[in-house]
Design a protein around this ligand. Structure first.
Ligand code: NZQ
Ligand code: ZN
Length: 380
């Protein structure tokens, strides 16, 4: 186990009816900007719950933070927030609304163009932010990361700011999620765990076992959610798993990968594919191409999650990759680029972009443009 320091200040408020707690969690003297996506919260009753809870607060609303939040939209939110002198932000939505609001929270206290913040990569000079999560997937509700897109140049990059002050997770709000978003949320959660687990063996038994507990939970609940997404206990477990998968709890003192995400972000930026879906396509390719570096961990993963125990090491690795891909397909996702009409021109562009920024992603810095190309050709 490597040295580490761990600090996660987000207060988690979990359960049925907890949106009502907004009234006492946000100080009454704050000017609050509430940020939303495209309108799902109006159909499922979340908007009404938020407005009822904040009836006595001074609020202003910003609508239209789209999936893969765009700087072009966030600039408008920052302009409104500055004009209204807001000093508290409440993001109501999925990872996109929360991520976008993290950039707004820094942009409100920044004089230049907010895209500069993305280029710098981080800012902790922020207005406090809280969230009401509506989609389990990204972990953004309990971490300090965000991913911001720029439509005009088809770019998508990470940005780090502060953790939310608190996040409200009511599993009932997930009952209205479209099946594709559930599939992508489960895939995203699964791959978040793998990015932190499928690197070096023998660094920490406790991190391994926590990660494996979460992986097994995803495999167990996925088919049940497909049958009945109105099951409160199932959706509560889904929400908890997604949050725990990317709030730092399983990465203490262990080496992480994240190359699948870096390739996935390019597929979203260039082709518009949903985030979790890109990971379902890329992850089996990463496992295949980096099978030597990851050998011990893939064997452990195969045995403990999918029960793969027979054959030579190579046979077991092949079978584990096959079962991983089959799991993603069982969610209802395609796992090959050609199924999404993505061809070698996009692969070449991603190689070019990685080379331009001299990319060396992954636990050993091995994922360069050429290796990313190899990974993508594997899943063509
Ligand atoms: O916009 P609305 O109308 O609200 O609809 C949304 C959106 O169309 C809809 N939705 C959300 N909750 C719903 C609902 N529809 C019905 N009922 C509900 N309860 O779902 C659609 C997708 O929402 P989005 O927020 O885009 O999805 P997700 O939570 O998967 O977020 C994806 C974004 O997060 C980034 C991704 O790259 C992507 O930009 N990520 C953020 C991370 C982080 N901050 O740590 C890590 C992740 O790896 C990821 O990169
Ligand atoms: Zn992700």
């Amino acid at each position: 186990m490597h040295n580490f320091s761990f600090h996660n200040p987000t207060k988690l408020i979990m359960g049925k009816g907890t949106i009502a707690e907004l009234s006492k969690e946000i100080p009454i003297d704050k000017k609050v900007m509430i940020t939303f996506g495209g309108g799902s919260v109006k159909k499922n009753g979340v908007y009404d719950q938020v407005k009822t809870a904040l009836a006595r607060h001074n609020t202003v609303e910003f609508w239209g933070i789209e999936p893969n939040p765009a700087i072009e939209t966030l600039r408008k939110a920052i302009e409104l927030g500055k004009k209204e002198k807001v000093d508290f932000l409440l993001a109501v939505g999925g990872g996109s609304v929360i991520d976008g609001t993290k950039l707004i929270s820094a942009g409100l206290l920044y004089e230049g163009d907010p895209w500069e913040l993305v280029e710098i990569g981080s800012s902790t000079n922020t207005v406090p932010l809280a969230t009401v999560l509506t989609l389990p997937a990204t972990g953004s509700e309990m971490n300090n990361g965000a991913v911001i897109s720029r439509r005009e140049t088809k770019e998508k990059y990470g940005f780090y700011s502060k953790h939310p002050v608190f996040s409200i997770l009511d599993p009932e709000v997930t009952f209205s999620l479209p099946p594709h978003q559930i599939a992508c949320g489960l895939a995203d959660t699964f791959v978040h765990i793998l990015e932190q687990y499928l690197a070096k063996a023998g660094e920490s038994r406790v991190m391994d076992r926590w990660a494996e507990g979460l992986l097994r939970t995803v495999v167990e609940i996925a088919p049940l959610i497909k049958e009945n997404q109105q099951d409160y206990q199932l959706m509560a477990d889904f929400m908890m798993t997604a949050t725990m998968a990317l709030n730092g709890f399983i990465s203490m003192g262990v080496t992480e990968d994240w190359s699948t995400h870096m390739i996935g972000h390019e597929l979203t930026a260039l082709c518009g594919l949903t985030h979790g879906h890109t990971l379902a396509i890329v992850m089996p390719g990463t496992m295949h191409v980096l099978r030597k570096q990851k050998e011990a961990k893939i064997l452990q993963f195969g045995e403990r999650i999918f029960g793969v125990v027979t054959g030579t090491h190579d046979m077991r690795i092949d079978e584990t990759i096959r079962k991983t891909e089959a799991f993603f397909r069982s969610l209802g996702l395609t796992t090959r680029l050609s199924e999404e009409n993505i061809g070698t021109d996009i692969i070449d562009e991603i190689e070019h972009r990685f080379n331009e920024r001299d990319a060396h992603y992954g636990e050993d810095g091995l994922v360069t443009g050429a290796v990313a190309k190899e990974i993508l050709l594997q899943v063509l």
